[in-house]
Design a protein around this ligand. Structure first.
Ligand code: PEP
Ligand code: MG
Length: 587
């Protein structure tokens, strides 16, 4: 008996938005403008060339506005298109292109290309994933202008009338905004990373997406049958019957699982013996508040505010910051919003600080150190936070405190900001909870002193592991040593938890460690009062917590603290909780 086996092919990329979809591929071949010619414009005609450029910008603006008007409900609160519209008139892009046409006498296409490639290189050099992605915003905007200058049509995703999976080299947020949920099952792209806006938008639309596949547009032909697994970042082309069957099952079980845990996620996270933990969300952008609510977050445990400072040449002013914070705070009220003050530099370098050239940025003028050296920048943010606090439940959180004087100075800056608001007669609230990020070993050692100045601690394991184990969190070569379960890390967490209890303050965790189902029994046992994580992980964390007993978890933590290696701790958790966890981690 002969059997035909389909030649299936597997591609691996980055899981940008969870879920599984199966369907026909639809290639979105964007008519980009690849070849740009350079020619010179006579003095007298340069104004005309500038006008031609301005007309192309205006047309791009009109196109963006139309897309904005027609975008789906789910994306109404996503501001990326507004950002693109603003970018069209940005000094660095628009202003400099006009200047180049005028001073160098080159054609508009060439001037634009030159300015964009410089800007892109500046962003890409920054070494930070988020900023690298912002380079793509500049490219999307300039593509739209370029198409208008050259006169090629843009592709119209809104017109697709089949139930398909989009396959593209890259999708701009403008493209993603045109996705018709009734037609598009999911999408995959060659480009894009973890922090790409297209990924964030796919999550908001709740469609599966895999990005960063590099060769998807070469390997996949239109109409090919493909499976997209947004949970694992896998794409299967021409699947065999057996694979298809398996994925149909997986898709159904994922959908059932998601429906159940999402429904349940609005329940509290109470252990079987009645200990109640809060499960909060980490966010970077105000538009993520919708996901926090959908996934049953008990509040925002970490609002990383630095991203508003990073993708632009000028720092935001007080009104702008206040507007953003107020929006988040009002949407979350009465649940708390924990606003962390600026944590820039280190691996999150800022565009307009090019003067800062540090050999060891992670140990440099980062976070609170930067703010205390730039009182004006700090004051602007503190005023915005205190003003937003008048509109809901706000907590403030100071990053990277390594010494006692730093928290004293931070609080003094907060008092000064409150005093200046009082003088200006603006509404504000000073009596808010104050938190300290525990992410430097010296803060653990000094925890008893720091506790006198704070209402809560929030353990940032991403950095605490880096600084305690001397492992650069972004260095691939030592990634295998970056172990949250390292006994040294566990002892540090234990000390922070013990001091918090002694001093009567609360202890939270907002590092990635808290988002992993496997770590949760241990964190419960170590006495965390609150865990904060990316919004999608909340339902799973709540489910794990509801299945645990706090007193058993305390015994586990006691035993884990006797282990000598991360592996030993891992194996212990596996032998005690393996069953519960593997069921959840499978999805
Ligand atoms: C951390 O260090 O664990 C943390 C939550 O902060 P970030 O990842 O923003 O440095
Ligand atoms: Mg940190």
């Amino acid at each position: 008996m002969s059997e035909t086996v389909a030649q299936e092919k597997i591609l691996k990329g980055i899981n940008a938005s969870p879920g599984i979809c199966i369907g026909k591929a639809y290639r979105v071949d964007k008519e980009g403008v690849n070849v740009v010619e350079k020619y010179y414009i006579k003095d007298k005609q340069r104004q005309g060339e500038v006008k031609r450029f301005k007309a192309a910008v205006k047309k791009a603006r009109d196109e963006f506005q139309t897309i904005l008007k027609n975008r789906p409900e789910e994306l109404q609160r996503d501001y990326i298109l507004e950002t693109h519209i603003a970018l069209l008139k940005d000094k660095m892009l628009y202003g400099r292109t006009v200047e180049t046409i005028q001073t160098e006498g080159v054609n508009a296409e060439w001037a634009l290309k030159k300015i964009v490639s410089n800007l892109k290189a500046t962003f890409e050099k920054m070494g930070d994933e988020y900023l690298k992605e912002r380079a793509s915003d500049v490219v999307h905007v300039s593509d739209a202008i370029m198409r208008n200058l050259v006169g090629v049509a843009s592709n119209n995703i809104a017109a697709i009338d089949k139930r398909v999976i989009l396959v593209a080299n890259d999708l701009s947020p403008a493209d993603t905004s045109q996705i018709n949920l009734a037609r598009i099952k999911g999408f995959i792209t060659n480009r894009g990373g973890k922090a790409s806006h297209t990924g964030i938008m796919a999550q908001a639309l709740e469609i599966p997406a895999v990005v960063g596949l590099e060769t998807a547009t070469i390997a996949i032909k239109s109409d090919a049958l493909i499976i997209v697994d947004g949970n694992t970042g896998t794409v299967i082309i021409d699947p065999s019957e057996q694979t298809l069957f398996e994925y149909e099952e997986r898709k159904n079980s994922y959908e059932d699982y998601k429906a159940v845990i999402t429904r349940e996620s609005h329940l509290g996270a109470e252990t079987t013996d009645g200990v109640q933990l809060e499960v909060m969300a980490n966010i970077e952008f105000p538009e993520e508040v919708i996901s926090v609510k959908n996934y049953g977050g008990d509040g925002i445990g970490l609002y990383r505010t630095e991203f508003q400072y990073m993708s632009r040449p000028e720092f935001p002013n007080e009104e702008e910051l206040f507007g953003k914070y107020r929006e988040v705070v009002e949407l979350m009220d009465p649940k708390p919003t924990t606003i962390r003050t600026l944590d820039i530099n280190g691996d999150k370098a800022i565009a307009n600080q090019s003067g800062l050239d540090e050999a060891n940025p992670a140990l440099g003028l980062r976070a609170i150190r930067y703010c205390l050296r730039k009182p004006d920048v700090f004051r602007t943010q503190l005023r915005a936070i205190l003003r937003a606090a008048a509109f809901g439940n706000v907590r403030i959180l100071f990053p990277m405190i390594a010494a006692y004087f730093e928290i004293c100075e931070a609080i003094k800056a907060m008092d000064d900001a409150a005093e200046s608001l009082e003088k200006d007669g603006l509404p504000y609230k000073r009596e808010i909870e104050i938190g300290i990020m525990i992410e430097v070993p010296s803060a653990v050692v000094l925890a008893d002193l720091l506790a006198e100045k704070a209402d809560f601690f929030s353990i940032g394991t991403n950095d605490l592991i880096q600084y305690a184990l001397a492992i650069d969190r972004g260095n691939r070569n030592v990634a295998h040593l970056y172990q949250p379960l390292d006994p040294a890390v566990l002892r540090l967490i234990k000390r922070v938890a013990d001091v918090s209890r002694e001093k009567g303050i609360e202890v939270f965790m907002c590092g990635e460690m808290a988002a992993t189902a496997r770590h949760i029994p241990l964190l419960l046992g170590l006495g965390m009062d609150e865990l904060s994580m990316n919004p999608q992980s909340i339902p799973r964390a709540k489910r794990v917590l509801r299945s645990l007993s706090a007193s058993d978890a305390q015994s586990l933590a006691r035993e884990a603290l006797k282990k000598k290696t991360a592996r030993g701790v891992f194996e212990m958790i596996q032998s005690t909780y393996g069953d519960i966890i593997s069921e959840l981690e499978y999805h």
